[in-house]
Design a protein around this ligand. Sequence first.
Ligand SMILES: CC(C)(COP(=O)(O)OP(=O)(O)OC[C@H]1O[C@@H](n2cnc3c(N)ncnc32)[C@H](O)[C@@H]1OP(=O)(O)O)[C@@H](O)C(=O)NCCC(=O)NCCS
Length: 224
Amino acid sequence: MTIQDPMICPKCHEVHDYHYDCDPDERRFQMTNEIGLALDEYEATRPARLDYAVQPFIDVRRLTAGENCKFFGPIVITGDRKKLRIGDNVRIDAFVKIEIGDGVTIGDNTHIASFAHINIGGGTLTLGRNNGIASGVRIVTGGNKVDEVAMTVTAPLHEQGLTYKDSVVIEDNVSILVNSVVLPGSHICAGSRLAAGGVLTGKAIPPNEIWGGVPAKFIRKRGA
Ligand SMILES: CC(C)(COP(=O)(O)OP(=O)(O)OC[C@H]1O[C@@H](n2cnc3c(N)ncnc32)[C@H](O)[C@@H]1OP(=O)(O)O)[C@@H](O)C(=O)NCCC(=O)NCCS
């Protein structure tokens, strides 16, 4: 199978990312188990456009991961699998979505619970060891600039204007609790917690502290 250049639609010859909007056969194909094969062909030809060209369910048996990892149910992973590093004893629950983007590292013994959406915007995310990423957490590492005309990938490129990326680093023994949002540029130091529903706005949480709220602020020292 040949995958067309995602920027030039083979049907309408317009420039747009999701060319399969004009091609029902392509849309059906991406839902089959053969997507891994298509992805390999695509990686060989157009690696730079991989993120937004296809949105596959990846067969987790094709992932490279450490020892004793567990993947439960359907997990959506988009991007270049060579930039996804998964350590030992990692657990990823059903309905997690990971955008690999410029690179995602998941350290040993880390658990990502259902409905978490990891690395939105396709920058770089580093998750250390023993991290708990609770249900519904969103970690964002890039996106459209808020002052541009449109902020969606489906808008014409000239109206989307500038995009940006800023990496997120989560050190060891961190827990990001249910429904929290971590925005680009954030850094959570070892042993800290982001309380349920918190929004961390690109700040650095020092070690062993509990932060929460919108925007997230210091609540107390852990163990205090
Ligand atoms: C972080 C958390 C554990 C805090 O527990 P705690 O230290 O026992 O907190 P407390 O209930 O004693 O409250 C301490 C203060 O933090 C505030 N606070 C507690 N949870 C908060 C939250 N999610 N956001 C903002 N503030 C919060 C309280 O209002 C209280 O403030 P006050 O002193 O001004 O009244 C808890 O709020 C939380 O987020 N739980 C979610 C657990 C979870 O997601 N589990 C998923 C499975 S791992």
